[in-house]
Write a protein that binds this ligand. Sequence first.
Ligand code: KIV
Ligand code: ZN
Length: 405
Amino acid sequence: MQVPAEDRVKIFDTTLRDGEQSPGASMNLEEKVQMAEVLAQLNVDVIECGFPASSEGDFAAVRAIADSVDGPTLAGLSRCRRDDIARTELALRGAKRNRAHIFLATSEIHRTYKLRMNRGEVLQCLRDGLTLARDLFDEVEFSAEDAARTEPDFLAEAVYEAIEAGARVINIPDTVGYAVPHQFGNLIRYLRAKVPNINKAVLSVHCHNDLGLAVANSLAAIEAGARQVECTINGIGERAGNCSLEELVMALKTRRDYYGTDTGINTQNLVYASTMLTRITGLAVSRNKAVVGVNAFAHEAGIHQHGVLMHPSTYEIMRPEDVGRAGNSMVLGKHSGRHAFHYWMEERDIHCTEMQFEEAFNAFKRLCDQKKEPQEHELLAIVRDIVHTAGHTSPVLANVSLRGV
Ligand code: KIV
Ligand code: ZN
Protein backbone atom coordinates (compact mmCIF):
# COMPACT_ATOMS: atom_id res chain seq x y z
CA MET A 1 0.00 0.00 0.00
CA GLN A 2 1.25 3.48 -0.91
CA VAL A 3 1.94 6.03 1.84
CA PRO A 4 -0.43 9.03 1.28
CA ALA A 5 1.53 11.91 -0.29
CA GLU A 6 1.03 14.17 2.76
CA ASP A 7 2.63 11.55 5.05
CA ARG A 8 5.60 10.84 2.84
CA VAL A 9 9.05 12.10 3.76
CA LYS A 10 10.23 14.66 1.22
CA ILE A 11 13.80 14.39 0.04
CA PHE A 12 15.64 17.69 -0.26
CA ASP A 13 18.90 16.93 -1.99
CA THR A 14 21.80 19.27 -1.27
CA THR A 15 24.58 17.40 -3.10
CA LEU A 16 25.14 20.41 -5.34
CA ARG A 17 25.35 22.88 -2.44
CA ASP A 18 26.38 21.43 0.94
CA GLY A 19 27.80 18.37 -0.86
CA GLU A 20 29.94 20.57 -3.04
CA GLN A 21 31.38 22.11 0.13
CA SER A 22 33.27 18.81 0.69
CA PRO A 23 36.95 19.38 0.08
CA GLY A 24 37.65 17.97 -3.38
CA ALA A 25 34.02 17.88 -4.53
CA SER A 26 33.76 21.02 -6.63
CA MET A 27 31.92 20.62 -9.93
CA ASN A 28 31.82 22.83 -13.00
CA LEU A 29 28.62 24.10 -14.59
CA GLU A 30 28.15 21.21 -17.02
CA GLU A 31 28.81 18.66 -14.29
CA LYS A 32 26.26 20.31 -12.00
CA VAL A 33 23.60 20.26 -14.71
CA GLN A 34 24.40 16.61 -15.42
CA MET A 35 24.16 15.73 -11.73
CA ALA A 36 20.91 17.70 -11.37
CA GLU A 37 19.44 15.56 -14.15
CA VAL A 38 20.50 12.41 -12.31
CA LEU A 39 18.76 13.74 -9.18
CA ALA A 40 15.60 14.54 -11.14
CA GLN A 41 15.56 10.93 -12.46
CA LEU A 42 15.95 9.75 -8.90
CA ASN A 43 12.74 11.73 -8.21
CA VAL A 44 14.02 13.84 -5.32
CA ASP A 45 11.43 16.42 -4.23
CA VAL A 46 13.80 19.39 -4.05
CA ILE A 47 17.23 20.02 -5.54
CA GLU A 48 19.29 22.66 -3.80
CA CYS A 49 21.16 23.88 -6.87
CA GLY A 50 23.71 26.08 -5.13
CA PHE A 51 24.27 29.34 -3.30
CA PRO A 52 23.84 31.99 -6.02
CA ALA A 53 25.23 34.95 -4.06
CA SER A 54 28.40 33.09 -3.11
CA SER A 55 30.14 33.36 -6.50
CA GLU A 56 29.58 34.11 -10.19
CA GLY A 57 30.17 30.43 -10.94
CA ASP A 58 27.51 29.29 -8.49
CA PHE A 59 25.06 31.86 -9.82
CA ALA A 60 25.60 30.65 -13.41
CA ALA A 61 25.23 26.98 -12.41
CA VAL A 62 22.00 27.63 -10.49
CA ARG A 63 20.63 29.59 -13.43
CA ALA A 64 21.60 26.84 -15.91
CA ILE A 65 19.86 24.18 -13.79
CA ALA A 66 16.78 26.37 -13.32
CA ASP A 67 16.55 26.88 -17.08
CA SER A 68 16.91 23.22 -18.02
CA VAL A 69 15.99 20.72 -15.29
CA ASP A 70 12.36 19.68 -14.88
CA GLY A 71 10.53 17.86 -12.12
CA PRO A 72 11.75 18.71 -8.62
CA THR A 73 11.36 22.11 -6.96
CA LEU A 74 14.62 24.01 -7.47
CA ALA A 75 16.06 25.77 -4.45
CA GLY A 76 18.87 28.25 -3.87
CA LEU A 77 20.58 28.97 -0.56
CA SER A 78 20.57 32.55 0.62
CA ARG A 79 21.74 34.47 3.65
CA CYS A 80 18.98 36.47 5.29
CA ARG A 81 19.94 39.62 3.39
CA ARG A 82 18.10 41.69 0.79
CA ASP A 83 20.94 41.50 -1.81
CA ASP A 84 21.38 37.70 -1.42
CA ILE A 85 17.65 37.11 -1.72
CA ALA A 86 17.45 39.25 -4.89
CA ARG A 87 20.38 37.36 -6.44
CA THR A 88 18.78 34.01 -5.61
CA GLU A 89 15.50 35.09 -7.18
CA LEU A 90 17.30 36.13 -10.36
CA ALA A 91 19.17 32.82 -10.60
CA LEU A 92 16.00 30.76 -10.07
CA ARG A 93 13.66 32.80 -12.27
CA GLY A 94 13.58 30.14 -15.01
CA ALA A 95 12.50 27.32 -12.68
CA LYS A 96 8.97 25.89 -12.98
CA ARG A 97 8.81 25.91 -9.19
CA ASN A 98 11.41 27.67 -7.06
CA ARG A 99 12.27 27.88 -3.40
CA ALA A 100 14.34 30.34 -1.39
CA HIS A 101 16.28 28.57 1.33
CA ILE A 102 17.09 31.35 3.75
CA PHE A 103 19.32 30.71 6.72
CA LEU A 104 20.24 32.66 9.82
CA ALA A 105 22.06 31.32 12.86
CA THR A 106 20.12 31.20 16.13
CA SER A 107 22.49 29.63 18.68
CA GLU A 108 24.12 31.73 21.35
CA ILE A 109 27.59 30.81 20.10
CA HIS A 110 26.79 32.03 16.58
CA ARG A 111 24.87 35.10 17.79
CA THR A 112 27.78 36.17 19.97
CA TYR A 113 30.86 35.33 17.91
CA LYS A 114 29.68 35.36 14.31
CA LEU A 115 26.62 37.57 13.92
CA ARG A 116 27.20 39.89 16.88
CA MET A 117 23.43 40.17 17.23
CA ASN A 118 21.20 39.77 20.24
CA ARG A 119 18.05 37.65 20.24
CA GLY A 120 15.79 40.58 19.26
CA GLU A 121 18.04 41.52 16.32
CA VAL A 122 18.05 37.95 15.04
CA LEU A 123 14.23 37.86 15.14
CA GLN A 124 13.95 41.20 13.36
CA CYS A 125 16.43 40.13 10.69
CA LEU A 126 14.57 36.91 9.93
CA ARG A 127 11.21 38.68 9.83
CA ASP A 128 12.53 41.21 7.30
CA GLY A 129 14.18 38.63 5.06
CA LEU A 130 11.31 36.16 5.00
CA THR A 131 8.67 38.85 4.44
CA LEU A 132 10.62 40.01 1.42
CA ALA A 133 11.12 36.48 0.08
CA ARG A 134 7.54 35.30 0.39
CA ASP A 135 6.44 37.57 -2.46
CA LEU A 136 9.32 36.57 -4.74
CA PHE A 137 9.36 32.75 -4.63
CA ASP A 138 6.87 29.91 -4.94
CA GLU A 139 8.13 28.49 -1.63
CA VAL A 140 10.16 29.84 1.26
CA GLU A 141 12.18 27.67 3.64
CA PHE A 142 13.86 28.99 6.76
CA SER A 143 16.88 27.32 8.37
CA ALA A 144 17.81 28.18 11.93
CA GLU A 145 21.52 27.53 11.54
CA ASP A 146 23.04 25.66 14.51
CA ALA A 147 19.51 24.90 15.74
CA ALA A 148 20.67 21.79 17.60
CA ARG A 149 22.79 24.00 19.90
CA THR A 150 20.20 26.78 20.21
CA GLU A 151 18.35 27.37 23.49
CA PRO A 152 15.06 25.50 22.84
CA ASP A 153 12.82 28.39 24.01
CA PHE A 154 14.55 30.82 21.67
CA LEU A 155 14.46 28.31 18.82
CA ALA A 156 10.71 27.94 19.32
CA GLU A 157 10.32 31.73 19.19
CA ALA A 158 12.40 32.00 16.01
CA VAL A 159 10.41 29.20 14.35
CA TYR A 160 7.12 30.91 15.29
CA GLU A 161 8.30 34.22 13.83
CA ALA A 162 9.60 32.56 10.66
CA ILE A 163 6.22 30.93 10.03
CA GLU A 164 4.41 34.19 10.76
CA ALA A 165 6.66 35.90 8.21
CA GLY A 166 5.79 33.38 5.48
CA ALA A 167 8.14 30.36 5.72
CA ARG A 168 6.32 27.13 4.95
CA VAL A 169 9.26 24.81 5.47
CA ILE A 170 11.18 25.08 8.74
CA ASN A 171 14.55 23.41 8.73
CA ILE A 172 16.27 22.41 11.96
CA PRO A 173 19.94 21.90 11.15
CA ASP A 174 22.42 20.08 13.32
CA THR A 175 25.07 22.24 11.70
CA VAL A 176 28.04 20.82 13.59
CA GLY A 177 26.89 17.21 14.00
CA TYR A 178 26.54 17.56 17.78
CA ALA A 179 23.12 16.04 18.33
CA VAL A 180 22.38 12.46 19.39
CA PRO A 181 19.27 10.64 18.18
CA HIS A 182 16.97 10.57 21.20
CA GLN A 183 17.70 14.16 22.11
CA PHE A 184 17.30 15.38 18.53
CA GLY A 185 13.97 13.59 18.19
CA ASN A 186 12.85 15.26 21.41
CA LEU A 187 13.79 18.67 20.04
CA ILE A 188 11.44 18.08 17.10
CA ARG A 189 8.70 16.94 19.52
CA TYR A 190 9.28 20.04 21.64
CA LEU A 191 8.86 22.35 18.64
CA ARG A 192 5.70 20.57 17.55
CA ALA A 193 4.27 20.97 21.02
CA LYS A 194 5.38 24.54 21.77
CA VAL A 195 5.09 26.48 18.50
CA PRO A 196 1.42 27.48 18.09
CA ASN A 197 1.51 27.89 14.27
CA ILE A 198 3.71 24.83 13.59
CA ASN A 199 1.03 23.05 11.57
CA LYS A 200 1.30 25.67 8.84
CA ALA A 201 4.82 24.42 8.01
CA VAL A 202 6.63 21.22 7.13
CA LEU A 203 9.38 20.42 9.62
CA SER A 204 12.69 19.53 8.02
CA VAL A 205 16.08 18.42 9.34
CA HIS A 206 19.61 18.80 8.05
CA CYS A 207 22.12 16.69 9.95
CA HIS A 208 25.89 16.68 9.72
CA ASN A 209 27.90 13.56 10.32
CA ASP A 210 30.69 14.67 12.66
CA LEU A 211 29.86 11.88 15.13
CA GLY A 212 28.68 9.47 12.44
CA LEU A 213 25.06 10.06 13.52
CA ALA A 214 23.58 12.04 10.62
CA VAL A 215 21.33 9.24 9.35
CA ALA A 216 20.35 8.11 12.86
CA ASN A 217 19.49 11.68 13.88
CA SER A 218 17.43 12.21 10.72
CA LEU A 219 15.51 9.00 11.36
CA ALA A 220 14.87 10.03 14.98
CA ALA A 221 13.49 13.33 13.68
CA ILE A 222 11.19 11.48 11.27
CA GLU A 223 9.86 9.39 14.14
CA ALA A 224 9.14 12.64 15.94
CA GLY A 225 7.23 14.10 12.98
CA ALA A 226 9.75 15.73 10.61
CA ARG A 227 8.63 15.28 7.01
CA GLN A 228 11.55 16.64 5.00
CA VAL A 229 15.14 15.47 5.22
CA GLU A 230 18.07 17.27 3.68
CA CYS A 231 20.69 14.85 2.45
CA THR A 232 23.34 14.20 -0.17
CA ILE A 233 24.34 11.39 -2.49
CA ASN A 234 27.10 9.30 -0.86
CA GLY A 235 26.71 11.51 2.23
CA ILE A 236 29.20 14.08 0.93
CA GLY A 237 29.24 17.53 2.52
CA GLU A 238 31.02 19.95 4.80
CA ARG A 239 33.64 18.18 7.02
CA ALA A 240 32.40 14.61 7.73
CA GLY A 241 29.46 15.16 5.40
CA ASN A 242 25.68 15.14 5.54
CA CYS A 243 22.99 12.53 5.99
CA SER A 244 23.49 10.01 3.20
CA LEU A 245 20.48 10.00 0.87
CA GLU A 246 20.75 6.34 -0.09
CA GLU A 247 21.04 5.16 3.52
CA LEU A 248 18.10 7.21 4.74
CA VAL A 249 15.88 6.25 1.80
CA MET A 250 16.63 2.54 2.11
CA ALA A 251 16.17 2.61 5.90
CA LEU A 252 12.67 4.01 5.42
CA LYS A 253 11.85 1.59 2.62
CA THR A 254 13.27 -1.50 4.34
CA ARG A 255 11.78 -0.64 7.75
CA ARG A 256 8.46 0.75 6.61
CA ASP A 257 6.93 -1.68 9.07
CA TYR A 258 8.50 0.44 11.82
CA TYR A 259 8.48 4.00 10.46
CA GLY A 260 5.14 3.74 8.65
CA THR A 261 6.33 6.12 5.98
CA ASP A 262 8.43 6.17 2.84
CA THR A 263 9.86 8.50 0.20
CA GLY A 264 9.09 8.93 -3.48
CA ILE A 265 12.64 8.03 -4.55
CA ASN A 266 13.21 5.68 -7.50
CA THR A 267 15.50 3.47 -5.47
CA GLN A 268 16.60 1.44 -8.52
CA ASN A 269 18.59 4.54 -9.54
CA LEU A 270 20.60 4.78 -6.31
CA VAL A 271 23.73 2.95 -7.41
CA TYR A 272 23.70 4.87 -10.69
CA ALA A 273 23.45 8.22 -8.87
CA SER A 274 26.25 7.23 -6.51
CA THR A 275 28.48 6.11 -9.39
CA MET A 276 27.81 9.26 -11.40
CA LEU A 277 28.78 11.44 -8.45
CA THR A 278 32.00 9.49 -7.96
CA ARG A 279 32.76 9.77 -11.66
CA ILE A 280 32.17 13.52 -11.66
CA THR A 281 33.97 14.43 -8.42
CA GLY A 282 36.55 11.65 -8.20
CA LEU A 283 35.46 11.03 -4.58
CA ALA A 284 35.17 7.26 -4.24
CA VAL A 285 32.92 5.60 -1.67
CA SER A 286 34.37 2.97 0.61
CA ARG A 287 33.77 -0.67 -0.37
CA ASN A 288 31.73 -1.31 2.75
CA LYS A 289 29.54 1.80 2.37
CA ALA A 290 25.95 0.85 3.19
CA VAL A 291 23.62 0.42 0.21
CA VAL A 292 25.96 1.57 -2.59
CA GLY A 293 29.41 0.21 -1.68
CA VAL A 294 30.66 -2.69 -3.83
CA ASN A 295 30.64 -4.96 -0.79
CA ALA A 296 27.05 -4.08 0.21
CA PHE A 297 25.72 -7.26 -1.43
CA ALA A 298 28.89 -9.36 -1.54
CA HIS A 299 29.29 -12.47 0.59
CA GLU A 300 32.60 -14.12 1.37
CA ALA A 301 32.12 -16.18 4.52
CA GLY A 302 31.24 -19.81 3.87
CA ILE A 303 28.27 -19.91 6.26
CA HIS A 304 26.78 -16.77 4.73
CA GLN A 305 27.39 -17.94 1.18
CA HIS A 306 25.67 -21.22 1.92
CA GLY A 307 22.70 -19.39 3.47
CA VAL A 308 22.33 -16.93 0.60
CA LEU A 309 22.56 -19.73 -1.96
CA MET A 310 19.70 -21.47 -0.13
CA HIS A 311 17.66 -18.26 0.21
CA PRO A 312 18.91 -14.64 -0.07
CA SER A 313 16.73 -13.54 2.88
CA THR A 314 19.05 -15.45 5.23
CA TYR A 315 21.66 -12.70 5.03
CA GLU A 316 20.17 -9.92 2.87
CA ILE A 317 17.62 -7.39 4.12
CA MET A 318 17.35 -5.55 0.78
CA ARG A 319 17.18 -6.88 -2.75
CA PRO A 320 20.18 -5.74 -4.81
CA GLU A 321 17.85 -4.95 -7.74
CA ASP A 322 15.97 -2.47 -5.52
CA VAL A 323 19.03 -0.23 -5.31
CA GLY A 324 20.11 -0.81 -8.89
CA ARG A 325 22.66 -3.62 -8.51
CA ALA A 326 22.43 -6.49 -10.97
CA GLY A 327 22.56 -9.03 -8.15
CA ASN A 328 24.53 -10.14 -5.16
CA SER A 329 28.01 -11.56 -5.52
CA MET A 330 29.75 -14.52 -4.00
CA VAL A 331 33.32 -13.49 -3.49
CA LEU A 332 35.67 -16.42 -3.32
CA GLY A 333 38.23 -15.88 -0.60
CA LYS A 334 39.84 -17.46 2.39
CA HIS A 335 36.54 -17.67 4.33
CA SER A 336 34.59 -19.31 1.53
CA GLY A 337 33.46 -22.90 1.74
CA ARG A 338 32.68 -25.79 -0.57
CA HIS A 339 29.13 -24.61 -1.36
CA ALA A 340 30.31 -21.32 -2.83
CA PHE A 341 33.20 -22.95 -4.69
CA HIS A 342 30.84 -25.51 -6.15
CA TYR A 343 28.38 -22.77 -7.14
CA TRP A 344 31.22 -20.82 -8.79
CA MET A 345 32.13 -23.90 -10.86
CA GLU A 346 28.53 -24.63 -11.81
CA GLU A 347 28.00 -21.05 -12.95
CA ARG A 348 30.90 -21.55 -15.35
CA ASP A 349 29.59 -24.89 -16.50
CA ILE A 350 32.61 -26.71 -15.07
CA HIS A 351 31.82 -30.26 -14.01
CA CYS A 352 34.16 -32.78 -12.43
CA THR A 353 34.35 -35.83 -10.23
CA GLU A 354 34.17 -35.58 -6.45
CA MET A 355 37.88 -36.28 -6.16
CA GLN A 356 38.76 -33.59 -8.67
CA PHE A 357 36.48 -31.18 -6.84
CA GLU A 358 38.27 -31.86 -3.52
CA GLU A 359 41.63 -31.42 -5.18
CA ALA A 360 40.55 -28.14 -6.81
CA PHE A 361 38.99 -26.88 -3.58
CA ASN A 362 42.20 -27.58 -1.61
CA ALA A 363 44.29 -25.83 -4.26
CA PHE A 364 41.91 -22.87 -4.05
CA LYS A 365 42.31 -22.71 -0.24
CA ARG A 366 46.11 -22.81 -0.60
CA LEU A 367 45.92 -19.93 -3.06
CA CYS A 368 43.76 -17.96 -0.62
CA ASP A 369 46.44 -18.32 2.06
CA GLN A 370 48.92 -16.69 -0.29
CA LYS A 371 46.74 -13.98 -1.82
CA LYS A 372 44.19 -11.61 -0.26
CA GLU A 373 41.90 -11.61 -3.25
CA PRO A 374 42.30 -14.45 -5.74
CA GLN A 375 41.48 -13.28 -9.24
CA GLU A 376 39.12 -15.01 -11.64
CA HIS A 377 41.91 -16.03 -14.02
CA GLU A 378 43.88 -17.58 -11.14
CA LEU A 379 40.90 -19.62 -10.00
CA LEU A 380 40.25 -20.77 -13.53
CA ALA A 381 43.87 -21.77 -13.92
CA ILE A 382 43.75 -23.95 -10.79
CA VAL A 383 40.62 -25.71 -11.95
CA ARG A 384 41.93 -26.08 -15.45
CA ASP A 385 45.06 -27.78 -14.18
CA ILE A 386 43.06 -30.37 -12.34
CA VAL A 387 39.99 -30.83 -14.47
CA HIS A 388 41.52 -30.31 -17.91
CA THR A 389 44.22 -32.92 -17.46
CA ALA A 390 41.37 -35.34 -16.92
CA GLY A 391 40.10 -34.55 -20.43
CA HIS A 392 37.39 -32.06 -19.47
CA THR A 393 36.18 -29.72 -22.22
CA SER A 394 34.30 -26.85 -20.51
CA PRO A 395 34.16 -23.86 -22.91
CA VAL A 396 35.21 -21.58 -20.04
CA LEU A 397 38.31 -23.64 -19.31
CA ALA A 398 39.20 -23.98 -22.97
CA ASN A 399 39.98 -20.27 -23.06
CA VAL A 400 42.09 -20.15 -19.92
CA SER A 401 45.72 -19.37 -20.38
CA LEU A 402 48.19 -20.41 -17.70
CA ARG A 403 50.58 -17.63 -18.55
CA GLY A 404 51.23 -15.12 -15.81
CA VAL A 405 49.73 -17.28 -13.09
O1 KIV B 1 24.65 22.95 8.12
C1 KIV B 1 23.88 23.94 8.02
O2 KIV B 1 23.41 24.51 8.99
C2 KIV B 1 23.58 24.38 6.67
C3 KIV B 1 22.51 25.41 6.56
C4 KIV B 1 22.88 26.47 5.61
C5 KIV B 1 21.21 24.75 6.26
O3 KIV B 1 24.11 23.88 5.71
ZN1 ZN C 1 24.99 21.93 6.24
